[in-house]
Write a protein that binds this ligand. Structure first.
Ligand code: ZN
Length: 229
């Protein structure tokens, strides 16, 4: 395995997704110094996380956590670009696996029965070729061995772009974005909803409200790879 990696590294060098430095054999996605310098958020069960401050207003939300602080100007935002736009979604499952191991050890993932990636609209998914949140969900699934439920919730094709809208407009625009295809499969379950970056929380709240309406006795926890402070 080591020899194969050495040969492929020679022929197809891999680069750090943050600083661009060529990766050594043992490094994955990020060089060791960028990995150690990640703007991490520690989950402390006894304190409200940034995500919980926004999402605990929703009745059925139990817990919420994010792994990284997202700052647009920071080089670390390149991780999200790679994940969403540069066709490198495996960086999402790799990071989520690391985050999930820590969260599992703190009890954050206790009782979770199903992982639901925030869906993209069919048009957007076709254009991008993948759903980045599904990759994040896969990373978590590898750690807790709970299945990823794809296709239970779907996203309508939105007629307006979220980017460029003000906070209030975003809230309005987020209404009616999602629908639940199989409400019976959610009943009574504890679900982990997964997204890439949380900004205002409007899209996540819209999904949570749709799920609550379809199946009022569910419990929901939320994990996002990054969050805007
Ligand atoms: Zn680096």
């Amino acid at each position: 395995m080591g020899l194969i990696r050495a040969v492929t590294d020679l022929l197809l060098p891999r680069y750090c997704k943050v600083c661009g430095r060529r990766l050594d054999m043992g490094e994955q996605h990020l060089c060791i110094s960028c990995f150690l310098g990640m703007p991490r958020l520690e989950y402390l069960p006894e304190e409200l996380s940034l995500a919980e401050r926004i999402l605990l207003t929703e009745r059925n939300v139990v817990r919420a956590a994010s792994m990284l602080k997202y700052e647009k100007e920071s080089d670390y935002s390149k991780i999200i670009y790679h994940l969403k736009y540069y066709n490198h979604p495996s960086v999402g499952s790799w990071l989520a696996e690391i985050g999930a191991r820590e969260l599992r050890d703190k009890g954050f993932l206790d009782g979770v029965e199903m992982i639901i990636p925030l869906p993209l609209s069919s048009v957007k998914q076709r254009r991008r070729g993948y759903n980045q949140s599904a990759y994040i969900a896969e990373g978590i699934s590898r750690v807790i061995e709970i299945p990823v439920a794809d296709g239970i919730v779907t996203r309508e094709v939105s007629n307006q772009k979220q980017a460029g809208l003000g906070r209030f407009q975003r809230w309005n625009n987020a209404e009616g974005l999602f629908s639940v295809a199989q409400p019976e499969s959610l009943a009574g379950r504890h679900l982990l909803v997964v997204d890439d970056v949380m900004t205002t929380g409007a899209t996540l709240c819209s999904l949570i409200q749709t799920m609550e309406k379809a199946s009022p006795d569910i419990r929901i926890s939320v994990f996002t790879l990054a969050i805007v402070e």
